[in-house]
Design a protein around this ligand. Sequence first.
Ligand code: 13P
Ligand code: SF4
Length: 365
Amino acid sequence: MQHEAIDFEHYDLLQDEACAQRIIEAKKMLGKRAVILAHHYQRADVYRHADLTGDSLKLSFLAAQTDADYLVFCGVHFMAEVADILSSPQQVAILPDMSAGCSMADMASLSNVERAWRDLADVLDPDEKITPVTYINSAADLKAFCGEHGGIVCTSSNAGKVLQWSFKQREKVLFFPDQHLGRWSGHQLGIPLDEMVVWNFDEPLGGLTPEQIKKAKILLWKGHCSVHQMFQPHHIIRFRNQHPDGIVISHPECSFEVCKASDFVGSTEYIIRTIAEAPNDTRWLVGTELNLVSRITEEFKSQGKIIQFMSPMVCMCSTMARIDPQHLAWTLENLVNGNVVNQIKVPESEAKLAKLSLDRMLKIS
Ligand code: 13P
Ligand code: SF4
């Protein structure tokens, strides 16, 4: 039976523990009709309620496979959009707090990418020479742009494979919005640094000369993740001086210098798996978001693994953290009452094109 939607203001002042009980109750009542997907960066008090967890790639596969009516996505906006695009039309994707965005995704807009494409047409034929590659951390309209222009989506766990696929299609790549993931992945394929140039979307022709564009293999969008820019090579040097046997692992959104100084580089899922599979009594320095690092620090303590956060500063993804127990309880209790709040619905024509570029990625992953 449907009741009137409950306003969030009734939840704002609820204590976390009270919310936890109500979330557990609501989940019981919803049963298999609702599934909670959570990214590894979610806060512990939200993550504990998740049915499915993963990095962006794994969550995309899981969203495409679940047959629940409601996909409650504890992550950021672009992730819920992907869940909507990859699920069936009857399924409903929900983001418990609409303000949970990704500041890196916001660094590339459709108008700026279209302008880049037009500017590039002054130098070469972009549709013939360039494969557009968007990091999954981007809005659905950019995924649609890639779908329309023979391009593809990548995540931090398949960027290398995606680049290889892209170079089979055309000789160059326009990679947005994360220059760091693009540069590191290109470097891993043996592309010289001077053939990967930064496209500054604030300047005509990206601030480049026609010669630089003609020479480049990858045009790297001038975007970054502010959380991962907090990690610095000197953090690694200090750790290695103190613990010569220590192992360093980083996310590819870190700067090139940090990735280069690390022993391992990979997605959040890769980071967790690598440490899980390592011998007991090892010591780790981890360059990725704090919630994930705090969780695995506790999880692997019993194996004698000592895990240290790379930065002396607290760096969390503040937008991920907007999904709190209050918003989750509000979302679920509304579902119990037959009301959908905070649905993420990508317009059909955009979703169709975005799915093209996502499917190309899923096929080669
Ligand atoms: P992963 O795909 O590695 O989980 O990364 C997502 C993300 O936003 C990292 O900042
Ligand atoms: Fe976006 Fe960075 Fe947060 Fe990942 S950590 S969701 S890239 S702002």
